[in-house]
Design a protein around this ligand. Structure first.
Ligand SMILES: *[C@@H]1O[C@H](CO)[C@@H](O)[C@H](O)[C@H]1NC(C)=O
Ligand SMILES: *[C@@H]1O[C@H](CO)[C@@H](O)[C@H](O)[C@H]1NC(C)=O
Ligand SMILES: *[C@@H]1O[C@H](CO)[C@@H](O)[C@H](O)[C@H]1NC(C)=O
Length: 510
């Protein structure tokens, strides 16, 4: 990446406003700003590269197979990558891409699919993607699309999708089935539903009600969430605010007391504080539960590897035993603590969040490719002999070396930068992006990798998840981009809140 010597017009205009500062400071500001613009542009180039490959080889299917130049339909064949790319394309100002996606959305028939539907995945990718597109194009990005019918259609299709899915909540307790058959209105026969998939619906479904004026979507999603906010029996809440991983669909009771911020549990905690950001009046209880969980996490789950006591990871817990292991998915945790810390004015949460962010950076920094692994451990009694040396130096050993284009580490760098303003968080995000671009890029897009600690990332998996567009590209871009209404703000100033798929949803009352 070349850093140009010439200054952009926007950067030059800063000269006037910073004239009162010493010259050295002014130069620093100018250098950083022009640098950031170049980096934001480089991320846009990568987005366009993968969009072009998707259009050429996979559209209107769900995702590109970036090695064979084929396609897959893992998300019911409704064009997941297109819908997931919408809010990123809007934020990047890519009008042509936005118009292509809106025309596609108008053609989707959400009542038909050949495969089982995941209530969770469909909510966070499709419903979240469309509602965010609607909020952005009706708000700060209005004027981008001439045909207002295409914008209004995003809400119509959101309602259509909600109406197709809502039977999933029609159970004894109101805790939904996750895996459903929308043709037969059947389900997979599960007796329990997971914490994350139950507790990561309420933002999108509440937004759908607030935009349509039909309360049903909010009511059913909040009813399901009510069991998570008031856990029964007490074994389902081993530490205040930290709850088990599975809930009985028949009666809403917790089926276990396994506690973590890992995949399966993760975004339940994420949404507790985000609901408060969405509407502090209606969701004060959610905030209280997040505060309890955050305090218990600091008190009970934080862990420091024996050879690297400077690092902070989160362990998991069940029946008096700790598991010293964590995941790439868990790395949203720093961002969650930073958001809660800034919104609630709790410096202790901000400080702890920054420690989690540094721990996740260390997993990137330690590998050959400079991309972090999918999962790792630091139990001194379980170190594989082949990784002893690596463990002593890095403070962890790799339990899965895959990288499947996940965003959570860059996501937390983004929150750290927005909350502290410290340049080195931008540098970390840039390093990660450059490494991903160098290792995972193919002629048509980006491929998942088998081993981040092998030359060239090991082998490439022939898959490009739709969240590459929604999340990796968005957070990589936003951390270098100019301030805007959709950016995360400090204190109580947010006018948007990001769903767990990185789709910004307009907060209530703004
Ligand atoms: C869904 O139900 C329909 C109607 O009973 C059936 O034909 C179809 O095979 C089912 N789909 C799946 C993915 O099980
Ligand atoms: C990577 O880790 C090393 C050792 O912990 C540290 O000195 C260095 O600053 C880190 N690099 C970055 C970019 O964070
Ligand atoms: C990303 O990779 C492409 C293709 O190798 C290259 O042209 C581009 O400069 C890279 N971008 C960055 C920021 O490294």
């Amino acid at each position: 990446m070349r850093v140009p010597v010439s200054l952009s017009l926007a950067a030059l205009s800063l000269v006037g406003s910073t004239a009162a500062h010493p010259l050295a400071d002014t130069e620093e500001v100018l250098h950083r700003d022009s640098d950031a613009q170049q980096k934001a542009d480089a991320v846009k180039e990568a987005f366009q590269h993968s969009w072009d490959g998707y259009m050429k080889y996979a559209f209107p299917h769900d995702e590109l197979h970036p090695v064979s130049n084929g396609y897959g339909d893992s998300r019911n064949g409704w064009g997941a990558s297109a819908v997931d790319a919408l809010s990123t394309a809007i934020i990047m100002g890519k009008k042509d891409v936005v118009n292509t996606i809106l025309k596609h959305v108008a053609t989707i028939d959400y009542s038909k699919t050949d495969s089982e539907v995941s209530l969770f995945e469909t909510t966070i990718r499709y419903l979240g993607g469309m509602l965010s597109g609607y909020d952005l194009l009706k708000g700060p990005a209005s004027g981008m699309v001439q045909d207002s019918k295409l914008v209004d259609n995003l809400l119509t299709q959101s309602k259509n999708l909600g109406d197709v899915l809502k039977f999933a909540f029609n159970t004894g307790s109101g805790v939904p089935y996750n895996n459903i058959n929308i043709t037969s209105k059947g389900n997979d026969g599960s007796t329990t539903n997971g914490l994350a998939v139950t507790g990561t619906l309420v933002l999108e479904w509440t937004r759908l009600s607030d935009l349509t004026g039909d309360d049903e979507y909010a009511t059913i999603s909040q009813k399901a969430e009510s069991y998570l906010l008031d856990p029964k029996p007490s074994s389902g809440e081993p530490f205040p605010g930290l709850v088990g991983s599975n809930i009985n669909i028949a009666n809403g009771q917790f089926a276990d007391g396994h506690v973590s911020w890992d995949g399966g549990d993760d975004s339940f905690y994420e949404y507790l504080i985000k609901m408060y950001v969405y509407d502090p009046e209606r969701f004060a209880t959610y905030k209280d539960r997040w505060v309890l969980a955050a305090e218990s996490t600091i008190n009970h789950l934080q862990a420091h590897p024996e050879p690297r006591p400077d690092l902070t990871f989160l362990s998991s817990y069940e029946d008096g035993e700790y598991s010293l292991s964590s995941q790439h998915l868990t790395c949203f945790d720093g961002g969650s603590f930073l958001l809660g810390g800034t919104v609630l004015g709790r410096q202790d949460f901000i400080d702890f969040g920054l420690k989690l962010v540094s721990g996740c950076e260390a997993t990137y920094n330690a590998t050959l490719t400079k991309i972090g692994p999918d999962s790792w451990g630091w139990d001194p009694n379980s170190v594989p002999s082949s990784q002893q040396e690596f463990y002593e130096k890095a403070g962890f050993y790799i339990t899965s070396g895959a990288y499947v284009l996940r965003p959570e580490v860059i996501e937390s760098f983004y929150y750290a930068y927005r909350v502290t303003g410290k340049q080195f968080y931008r540098d970390w995000a840039w390093n990660a992006f450059v490494a991903i671009n160098a290792t995972a890029r193919t002629d048509s897009g980006f491929a998942a990798l088998s081993n981040v600690n092998a030359a060239n990332g090991g082998s490439k998996y022939d898959n490009q998840e739709s969240f590459l567009f929604a999340e990796v590209m968005k957070y990589s871009y936003l951390i270098h981009a100019d301030d805007a209404e959709w950016q995360v703000q400090t204190g109580g100033k947010n006018t948007f809140v990001f769903n767990t798929e990185a789709h910004p949803v307009r907060v209530k009352h703004t």
